[in-house]
Design a protein around this ligand. Structure first.
Ligand SMILES: NC(=O)c1ccc[n+]([C@@H]2O[C@H](COP(=O)([O-])OP(=O)(O)OC[C@H]3O[C@@H](n4cnc5c(N)ncnc54)[C@H](O)[C@@H]3O)[C@@H](O)[C@H]2O)c1
Length: 388
């Protein structure tokens, strides 16, 4: 059986993109421009005067699309069937609910939202509208992940006992200083929680919960017994949230594996790995999926190719859901659970984020090794780091 093959839909989905600049907007335009399942009919950005935004708006105009600075105007346009929201986190709920109320389908960037109440409001609005709601989490659409999950599900490594996730990113102070919402807990009266967990590591936290979930996708595993320690090493006031998270939790699946996760934006190398230890073998995903059975390499799964990757599959599954009523790979009801989990991490940490000196980031690789080896949070290690 092939992994989640998505067919070309009968007629392209007429989409408006909200949020044209920033880190991801232009990439979505790249995807939808080349993807025959989409037709870009409108674009919206509140900063049309910005050179970077104007450049993207010009691409849409050249395709015959309309441009507006007000997303509510876009939602009134009967030509627009669906919106692709690439605006900041704190706007996801407001824009999504308004889009459903206007009868549009929604593909919203990750994180779906940062508070469970916001996700529930988005899900309720979706159900009421009968339209499709999906989250753009491109790594879920990678063939390497889908193939690995299929083999894990068919018992290739036996029941899963432990999971080790390591999600290492590199972000310097100017990254947090680039826009006012970056790194903030709240933005105005709205939850924003822009730390490592909801901004960057959400991709691989979600990936872990998807890999271990039961049944057909979309699916995300629930968690319990969450223990978390959060730190902030960067020394810019623009970052209010954590840049280093240590998470331990049990997955609410029949195997009930314990997860040990490390996530940081203080790593000079970008590297992500998810390792699942089963009773008969081991699965590793680090961009490529690997299965080891009885200590021997068994199977290897790579992604499709540069032209068709995880993003294309996520967009296509959205288009297919719009046209045929299937559930998209990253359906709202599944991804809500990832928000629940990350939010519970803050609650478990008592919302405490301990300040640690930037100079100590050199010691992090060794601490990460010890945390995974000893299966303890930093303050409980045999040799406790001074900053913990
Ligand atoms: N999937 C990924 O790999 C990935 C990568 C980067 C960012 N993101 C997500 O994309 C979202 C945007 O992040 P960003 O760093 O590009 O943010 P950003 O602040 O740069 O904003 C993106 C665009 O949205 C526009 N915008 C802001 N408010 C608006 C409004 N009210 N109406 C219309 N447009 C508005 C901005 O002008 C900007 O052009 C975030 O939720 C982020 O988590 C995802």
């Amino acid at each position: 059986m092939a992994v989640h093959v998505v067919e070309k839909v009968n007629n392209p989905v007429r989409v408006a993109q909200i949020g044209l600049g920033g880190g991801i907007g232009p990439l979505h335009l790249d995807e939808m421009e080349k993807n025959p399942n989409f037709s870009i009919v409108a674009g919206c950005d509140s900063r049309l005067e910005s050179e970077a935004v104007a450049k993207q708006a010009a691409r849409i105009t050249a395709l015959g699309g309309k441009i507006s600075s007000d997303f509510r105007e876009v939602l009134k346009d009967p030509q627009v069937e669906a919106v692709c929201i690439a605006a900041p986190h704190f706007l996801h709920r407001e824009m999504t609910v308004a889009a459903f109320e206007a009868g549009k389908h929604v593909l919203v960037e990750k994180p779906m939202a940062t508070h469970p109440d916001d996700c529930r409001a988005m899900l309720e609005a979706q159900k009421k509208s009968g339209k499709v709601g999906a989250v753009q989490m491109q790594h879920v659409g990678r063939k390497s992940v889908l193939e690995l999950r299929r083999h894990i599900q068919s018992g290739a490594i036996g029941p899963i006992k432990e999971i080790f996730l390591s999600s290492l990113w590199w972000r310097e102070n100017p990254y947090f200083e680039r826009v006012a919402w970056a790194g903030k807990k709240m933005f105005g009266n709205t939850w924003n929680l822009d730390g490592i967990m909801f901004n960057q590591a959400i991709h691989f936290i979600n990936q872990t919960l998807v890999l271990c979930s039961q049944g057909d996708l979309p699916a995300v595993a629930d968690t319990r017994d969450v223990q978390v320690a959060l730190y902030k090493f960067h020394d810019t006031p623009a970052l209010e949230m954590e840049d280093c998270a240590f998470i331990s939790a049990t997955l609410n699946t029949p195997d009930a594996p314990r997860l040990w996760a490390i996530a940081t934006t203080c790593s000079r190398v970008d590297r992500h790995s998810i390792e699942l230890i089963g009773t008969h073998g081991r699965a590793l995903w680090n961009g490529v999926g690997y299965l080891f059975v009885d200590g021997q390499p068994a199977l290897e799964f790579t992604d499709d190719n540069k032209e068709f990757g995880g993003t294309s599959r996520v967009f296509n599954s959205f288009a297919q859901a719009v046209r045929t009523g299937t559930r998209p790979l990253t359906d709202f009801s599944a991804i809500c659970k990832t928000t629940d989990f990350v939010f519970s991490c803050y609650q478990s940490a008592g919302w405490k984020i301990k300040k640690a000196p930037w100079s100590a980031t050199d010691t992090l690789p060794e601490i990460f090794r010890q945390v995974h080896q000893q299966r303890k949070l930093p303050a409980a290690l045999k040799s406790v780091p001074s900053w913990a």
